[in-house]
Ligand binder design. Structure first.
Ligand code: DP6
Length: 336
């Protein structure tokens, strides 16, 4: 076995087109539904893990700021899984840099825990397969299981730790897969921290929302429709089912007790603008996560024009608007 040392890993954020929302097992992070996502090139986290010789506690910084409290506990819990597997006791020093606005519904926990899993495993001397890394990242944050892979990825819900992992979606990769034809225009309407975590909001949805089980009941059909659309390179069908799945997810939490509504006036203005862009001929379908920002699925060749159209349309009513045009990104990269 290698001597434990240091390693650096970069993982990219992903946005679910068919969502993970609700757990079957909280400790193992087994989801109620399988999910499908696009990994993004412009948004990523780079994390270095160094196992130390001296005893002590894990020390973590994110963008130069010390991480404490519950976020630190979640990181230590993931490091404990790695230490247990590698037969290590050493504390770790973790340095993480994000290009994703943290906790604003832009999936920073997905890239964060995928990069942490990759760096910690390599630093500990473990040699894990992509599937094992996906299972490990899942234990930090469910959506992180998908950020191990580039392009389009599917996370199979599974029934236990071994069967719940993500893998790439076969999208006709010879000479460029369908993922390369896609883009997401991210409308950053509010980069502030959210008040209710996605973990808490999904728990409330599962436990209290009368809209939750109907959403789950329709989910497998929506996932099958999305996979079929990908197989046929049919962006309009993929966009329609992705938008419907996301709106359904938000309906589950609005119907929860207490109700959770991440969408603001600006989100609703953005949703109307997306519908209008579509009516005027753009390929454009919206998806939203646990935050107010709206991400617009479109084609790579129309993304810049769509971004300009949406910006012009929204700037008068949403002066704080920031936009990011993103494309399909790569899977986990580890440098020892
Ligand atoms: C709305 O993966 O952040 O982005 O597993 O509790 O850490 P935990 O949740 P997390 O939830 C992501 C929810 C979502 C949809 C998705 O990414 O599929």
């Amino acid at each position: 076995m290698r001597r434990p040392g240091a390693a650096t890993a970069t993982a990219h954020a992903n946005i679910a087109l068919i969502k993970y929302w609700g757990k079957a097992d909280h400790a193992l992070i087994l989801p109620r539904t399988s999910s499908l996502s696009l990994t993004l090139d412009e948004l990523y986290t780079t994390t270095t893990v160094r196992f130390l010789d001296a005893p002590g506690d894990d020390r973590v910084t994110l963008d130069g700021e010390p991480v404490t409290g519950r976020p630190l506990q979640r990181i230590t819990a993931l490091l404990d899984l790695v230490r247990e597997r590698a037969g290590l006791r050493a504390p770790a020093e973790v340095t993480s840099l994000n290009t994703v606005p943290t906790a604003a519904g832009l999936a920073s926990s997905a890239s964060g825990f995928a990069a942490l899993a990759g760096a910690a495993a390599a630093a500990s001397g473990l040699d894990l397969s992509p599937r094992e890394l996906s299972r490990l990242a899942r234990r930090g944050s469910g959506s992180a299981s998908r950020s191990i892979f580039g392009g389009l990825a599917i996370w199979h819900a599974g029934t236990d730790d071994a069967s719940s992992y993500a893998e790439p979606v076969h999208d006709g990769a010879e000479g460029g897969g369908f993922a390369d034809e896609l883009a997401l225009v991210v409308l950053v309407l509010d980069a502030g921290r959210k008040t209710v975590s996605s973990r808490e909001a999904m728990r409330l949805s599962v436990e209290t929302s009368p809209a939750y089980e109907p959403w789950v009941a329709g989910h497998a059909g929506q996932l099958a429709e999305a996979l079929d659309a990908i197989a046929h390179r049919d962006l309009a069908r993929l966009g329609e089912v992705a938008e419907a799945n996301a709106l359904g997810m938000h309906a589950t939490m609005r119907a929860a007790t207490p109700s959770v509504d991440y969408l603001t006036e600006a989100s609703h203005a953005a949703l109307r603008a997306v519908a209008d862009a579509r009516a005027s001929g753009f390929p454009a379908w919206a998806t939203m996560d646990a935050g107010p920002n709206v991400k617009v699925l479109t084609s790579a060749d129309r993304a810049d024009a769509l971004e300009r159209w949406l910006r012009q349309r929204l700037e008068p009513s949403v002066p704080q608007l920031r936009t990011i045009v993103t494309h399909a990104g790569p899977g986990l990269q580890v440098t020892r």
